[in-house]
Design a protein around this ligand. Structure first.
Ligand SMILES: [Zn+2]
Length: 402
């Protein structure tokens, strides 16, 4: 067994000057296009192949299992998917014992051997180590048993090494458990990049319910953020004729509404609530797969969260920041921002800087820099973003800062 070393992200980004420089670098970054798949298939750069830009690709999971105490079903599920010999299981040091080992038992009983690889962080170094492990072991499939960083690393490493991956989440903290996008720290782009959708998702509600409630509440913030992400998507469709898919948009919105309708059940922190959140997260992942883009699930509120990751010395959880971003972006849209705030409050999720444990100054900085994170992603923030005064007024009007 080889241990994957801890992320250098914290040491790198705890330095204020480095974070500021990174924001400047982002502003001059080039456009991000989902071209990897097409380039691989055609063996050419997409810029050389005009027709490739017309391809709309949907990549969906083949098997989704959600239930209580279902880890023994992993082996049979893998067999059904055609895997018969070797797998590699990426996991965390805590999740190994509670979830990855039962998964390995189930695989062994079904004649599939596996090796454990521990993921320490979600940096480019962790990614390299994971890819090295796949090259060395040569498994048929990679399993991600863990939270966000384990899933992100496994997703991108397996994609880069051309093998499928199975998502076995142990928290319900964000929609990456089901989407084709991976967020890796240390890449030049501080937002998710396209990798591959999981071939299967096997979510054990009982295990996820054992994780701290904060993860579930963060997952809810990520889902509620679709409220403004879809508005941004519709806006750019009208203003710039960018592709828009009504089905994917409605699927994402429906998930957000479902969470806001069921705050009481979710707050009880039991398996019933976890199931609602999980199904909504998976629907969001599927919405992105159908859209062929993260547009239905990621708009101005996500740009704010990414900018806050860089501006703040100690960022909060992704979904928590997106939730607070959604309150402010809903205000800009003249939408019912109080309903968003009240839903987050009812879930026990942060609704202001204090609860995010960050400084008002970082909120203002993130608001003024958010539009620079990815220039091709046009949102309500416009091309020039918010002025400092406008950012401060917005944050005060919504109670995010006092
Ligand atoms: Zn998200």
């Amino acid at each position: 067994m080889k241990a994957i070393l801890c992320s250098k992200w914290n040491t790198r980004y705890n330095n204020y000057d480095v974070r500021q420089q990174m924001l400047k670098n982002i502003s001059s970054g080039e456009h991000n296009r989902d071209t990897t798949f097409i380039e691989r298939a055609l063996g050419k750069r997409v810029s050389d192949v005009q027709v490739a830009q017309k391809v709309h690709r949907m990549e969906l999971p083949r098997e989704v299992l959600i239930g209580s105490n279902i880890l023994p079903l992993v082996g049979p599920a893998l067999k059904k998917l055609g895997f018969a010999s070797t797998a590699v299981t990426f996991t965390g040091s805590i999740t190994r014992k509670v979830a990855a080992e039962p998964v390995a038992d189930s695989m062994r009983e079904n004649g599939i051997g596996t090796t454990f690889e521990l993921v320490g962080g979600s940096s480019t170094e962790d990614l390299t180590l994971a890819q090295d492990a796949i090259r060395e072991i040569r498994p048929e499939v990679a399993l991600a048993v863990g939270g966000g960083r384990v899933i992100d690393i496994t997703k991108l490493a397996s994609f880069n090494e051309n093998i499928p991956f199975i998502s076995i989440p142990t928290t319900a903290s964000h929609d990456g458990i089901a989407s084709p996008w991976a967020s890796i720290k240390g890449l030049e782009k501080p937002f998710s990049i396209r990798a591959q959708a999981p071939l299967a998702i096997i979510a054990d509600i009982a295990k996820i319910n054992e994780a701290p409630y904060r993860f579930t509440e963060s997952g809810c913030g990520d889902i509620i953020s679709k409220y403004t992400a879809v508005r941004d998507w519709r806006l750019v469709h009208k203003l710039r004729d960018e592709y828009y898919g009504d089905y994917a948009a409605n699927l994402a919105l429906m998930s957000a509404k479902l969470i806001m309708k069921n705050t009481d059940i979710i707050r009880r922190n039991n398996e019933e609530g976890v199931q609602i959140v999980l199904e909504a997260l998976i629907s969001c992942g599927v919405a992105m797969s159908i859209a062929g883009s993260s547009r239905p699930c990621s708009g101005s509120e996500h740009l704010f969260s990414h900018a806050l990751d860089i501006a703040a010395s100690r960022p909060a959880l992704h979904g928590e920041q997106c939730g607070v971003g959604t309150i402010m972006m809903a205000y800009l849209y003249g939408a019912d921002w109080k309903m968003i705030r009240d839903s987050l409050k009812a879930l026990g999720a942060p609704t202001n800087a204090k609860e995010l444990q960050t400084e008002p100054e970082f909120i203002i900085q993130a608001l003024t820099q958010a539009h620079l994170i990815r220039r091709e992603r046009f949102t309500i923030l416009g091309e020039n973003g918010l002025s400092r005064d406008a950012a401060e007024k917005l944050a005060r009007a919504t109670g995010v800062i006092e």
